[in-house]
Design a protein around this ligand. Structure first.
Ligand SMILES: Nc1ncnc2c1ncn2[C@@H]1O[C@H](COP(=O)(O)OP(=O)(O)OP(=O)(O)O)[C@@H](O)[C@H]1O
Length: 231
């Protein structure tokens, strides 16, 4: 459903990704790994259209989206949860979630109940300001805001980073339940070997602007992690 070929993307003249190729199939959870600064976030931003690629192509369900604007990609069903719980602290939880519906341009008008099934705390805190939530709750809100638009491809940038263990478990469960539905593909940046081997189907390791290792997550071994990921 997502096919990236020979992608070159970066900032100004500095190309961070230099020929990355990867695929995510419908129903799969694919884990993007690599040392700090190798360009995992840059790749996700390229897929969302926040950075314009210099070369290469990005296809969604066979359609070339390489030149489309982020809003158009959102409308085609890409949801993006950036690193660092990018929610609006002054708006209520409900208002934050309603903003997530904007991407659908009226296709979905009501917040889907399934999101509250996944993160019940958000239902309890609907009228609270986003800024009053704990870090982990804000991350749940950021994920829920992407989910209300019912994306078919969800991009998650280190959703578990710096979050208390109980909420990490909730987020892992949410990802598992999304995977079980088999109507969504998930591409996420995550460094935890346990997560990669337990929930993800496939992994890619990035280094020096390209993919240096990939395979089925069940084959991901500690040796490979040491070889590619430990500084
Ligand atoms: N706005 C920017 N302008 C210029 N260079 C940038 C910008 N953002 C990131 N970079 C550079 O791009 C490179 C890749 O950064 P990126 O955030 O994609 O890496 P990452 O693999 O996601 O790292 P981390 O795990 O630390 O988040 C880094 O060298 C970084 O300094």
């Amino acid at each position: 459903m997502l096919e990236i070929e020979q992608l070159e993307v970066g900032y100004g003249e500095s190309m961070i990704m230099r020929g990355a190729a990867l695929q995510v199939k419908m129903g799969q959870v694919v884990c993007l790994m690599g040392r700090n600064g190798v360009g995992k976030t840059t790749l996700l931003r390229g897929v969302m259209g926040l950075l314009r690629p210099r070369r290469g192509s990005i296809r969604l369900d066979g359609r070339d989206i390489t030149r489309l604007q982020p809003e158009e990609r959102a409308r085609l069903g890409i949801g993006y949860v950036p690193q660092g719980r990018d929610i609006f602290p002054q708006l209520t939880v409900e208002e934050n979630l309603l903003l997530g519906l904007e991407a659908t341009r009226g296709r979905i008008r009501k917040l889907p109940e399934a999101v509250f099934g996944m993160f019940p705390v958000l239902h309890e805190m609907l009228q609270r300001k986003g800024g009053d939530l704990s870090g982990g709750q804000q991350q749940q809100l950021a994920i829920a805001r992407a989910l209300v638009a019912e994306p078919k491809l969800l991009l998650l940038d280190e959703p578990m980073e710096g979050i208390q263990p109980s909420i990490v478990m909730d987020i892992e469960k949410a990802i598992e339940s999304l995977k079980a539905r088999r109507d969504m593909a998930i591409l996420l940046v995550e460094q935890s070997l346990t997560f990669a081997t337990s929930i993800a189907d496939y992994y890619y390791v990035l280094d020096k602007g390209t993919v240096v290792a990939q395979g089925s997550s069940s084959d991901l071994s500690e040796d490979q992690v040491k070889k590619h990921l430990v500084v």
